[in-house]
Design a protein around this ligand. Sequence first.
Ligand code: HSE
Length: 398
Amino acid sequence: MKAAIMGYGTIGSGVAKVLDTNRDIIKARLGEELELKYILDLRDFPGDPHEDCFVKDYKKIAQDEEVQIVVETMGGVEPAFTFVKEMLEAGKSVTTSNKALVADKGAELMEIADKHGVNFVFEAAVGGGIPIIRTLTACLTGDVIEEIDAICNGTTNYMLTNMEQFGSDYNEILAEAQALGYAEKDPTADVEGHDSCRKIAILTSLISGKTVDFNDIPTEGISKISSTDFKYAKEMGCSIKLVARSVKEGDTYSCRVAPFMIKPEQMLYHVAGVMNAVSVKGNMLGESMYYGAGAGALPTASAVVGDMVFLARNTNRQVKIGWEAEKLTLANPLEQRYRFFVRTSALQSNIENEFGNVEYASLDLDNETGFVTAEMSEAEFEERAAALGGIISVIRFY
Ligand code: HSE
């Protein structure tokens, strides 16, 4: 079984390493050798063990009938989309680790794969080494999924965990995470929640069977979270986590990505550092949680190689997962109901005028008061908070 890798960066080279290190066990499980024939990359890698495999023109792979499996680990939507499309049209099955590509073009690529009798899979696109995609599309297909709550961004979870443990402020911890290589030089996609947003869009597409446009998901990141927010959280016995949520509402889902106050009774409270976790509630299953490394070369490459074996086992058979191109209209996020933790410079009497009986979080800080509202809709909260004024920060209770 001949394969090719497009993009020899962190994950692509990790895929080659997994194939090399576990060659014998993979061969035993598959019943034949999974052999790397090409690696597409514009750069040169002199001395690399796969030096002879490198090509610079993706058409060489597309035109080679011997290659049946292609791995896309380039990242970004273009040119990855063009290359993947052409591989599928040439009758090759594809696995990708590229969440931007799957969130933007997943349903379209699946249709192209269908037309050409091949498979398009993407286990590594969400949760890195956590096998959440196959869990949802195979193991849990007997359930209606009622809710997914995920910590699915290692960078921000690492930062929040450290802010909590060391009392550091956001900018301090971001600089440290960048120095350690956890956060990228331009950290926007992670810290503003865009990465988590794409991941929950993909998961919601899979559980609903329709396509979720990630632009429709209200998304807040962690860049406004401060050490003072953590002081309040500690006082209330909570942790603050960036959670991507999707909750079934009638025939659709209600989604949000935001920092949440979480209590120790909730499993996501205990997910620390760079680790990821996805909690899934099924109507028959109840709650189950999947925990592990959400990023990193080898955990992600392990998921890609698992996909390669899956593709090799299904070269003459299409495996349908029921994700259609039709757009899913999400439930109105303004109808989501939460309790809200609020910091404001407004007077206590005004707080009570607007929000009635609230629970105060006493930190004894000058010029501000922290309180927790009763449960109310987003729309109602927005209206009352605007009337109160002086809002310093707002964090929902999970
Ligand atoms: N930047 C992502 C993270 C990598 O921090 O989790 C995996 O998608």
